[in-house]
Design a binder for this molecule. Structure first.
Ligand code: 1VU
Length: 304
């Protein structure tokens, strides 16, 4: 059944449309492809610790957990590599509809592992690490899955950037998102600034980055960074269940249709109007006359 769905001509068309759609962006990352990319991987392997875990559920929702609690879920080098592997896995998960990104043990992620940062503080290695993470997070945001960052505890530095690589952000009442980069003598480099501007606008992005401002749930809602504040009692592990319920409002129904919804939004956001319209037409072609469309027509669905 899974094989059948993966090789379905409609899905093949969608993949081709999206491949064309992002050809231009591949050129941007071409300076870290091939041997260069392998060199970065070797460097990152030197800094082990923690893991990035992935659980794909039958509901079509996957849960990805940034897992390094001894360091407040900071990204070690090996975790950066694992994140890339998990994104590879999700790119080929044709039954998938949604993704929740969370941190282990009640906190989200405290950015890059400062021990690794200290060891690779030369500009060349820093740039390579930055491009590696930028590319991985760009691919994460472009997955044909509706994604949510479940922010409990703290999302700092690169952790704050990671939240912007999801379509939505949910916060527990005690949570804080903080782009602490300025305090570290840095600016975001994992693509977090570019994405933040698109989410909250340049005025708000300047305030958050320029002031390294703590974003609590109230401020997050006010500026549109946060989509929902969860009401589950803290520390009881029920936030994930609540996040799954929240996400299910978008993931109910046919996987090809939900994936197509995400894809038309990504192309609308990232491409020129002309290219976005062409891609939208191609993606439309993958669902028109498809099983969900035919079923809705047969049922004479009314939208009361
Ligand atoms: C892309 C650019 C970047 O991401 S630059 C990195 C930005 N992040 C930071 O600067 C985070 C620095 N850490 C902190 O501010 C605090 O540790 C936070 C996260 C607020 C937690 O404070 P608190 O609850 O008091 O715990 P703590 O400080 O005792 O931390 C527990 C252990 O975790 C460690 N930890 C924390 N963050 C990192 C990190 N980013 N890299 C490496 N280790 C980290 C702490 O050092 C501490 O370890 P230990 O128990 O002292 O061995």
């Amino acid at each position: 059944m899974a094989l059948c769905a993966a090789s379905h001509p409609l899905l093949q068309n969608t993949r081709n449309a999206l491949r064309r759609c992002f050809k231009q962006n591949r050129a941007f990352y071409s300076n870290i492809s091939g041997p260069q990319e392998e060199e970065i991987r070797q460097k990152l392997r030197i800094f082990p610790g923690g893991s990035v875990d992935l659980q794909k559920q039958e509901s079509g929702i996957a849960v990805m957990t940034v897992n390094n609690p001894a360091r407040m879920n900071a990204f070690s080098g090996s975790m950066m590599l694992e994140l890339e592997e998990r994104v590879n896995e999700l790119e080929t998960w044709t039954e998938g509809k949604g993704l929740i990104v969370q941190g282990a043990a009640g906190t989200f992620c405290s950015g890059s592992d400062l021990n690794a940062v200290r060891a690779i503080s030369n500009p060349q290695d820093g740039m390579k690490m930055c491009m590696f993470m930028q590319k991985t997070l760009t691919r994460l945001l472009r997955l044909p899955l509706i994604s949510v960052a479940l922010v409990e505890g703290k999302a700092l530095g690169g952790g704050a950037e990671l939240t912007t690589a999801c379509d939505f952000r949910l916060m527990t009442s005690d949570a804080v998102i903080q782009f602490v980069h300025k305090h570290m003598g840095l600016v975001p480099g994992w693509g977090g600034a570019a994405r933040l501007v698109r989410i909250v606008g340049s005025q708000n992005a300047l305030k958050l980055l320029g002031g390294a401002k703590k974003v609590d749930p109230h401020l997050g809602r006010q500026i549109g960074l946060v989509d929902e504040v969860l009401s589950s009692p803290l520390g009881e592990g029920s936030s994930l269940v609540e996040a799954e319920q929240w996400l299910s409002q978008f993931t109910k129904g046919s996987a090809p249709v939900i994936r197509a919804v995400k894809q038309v939004v990504v192309s609308g956001r990232e491409l020129s109007l002309e290219e976005a319209l062409r891609t939208e037409k191609d993606i439309f072609g993958t669902v028109w006359g498809g099983p969900a469309n035919l079923e809705a027509l047969a049922q004479k669905t009314k939208h009361k």
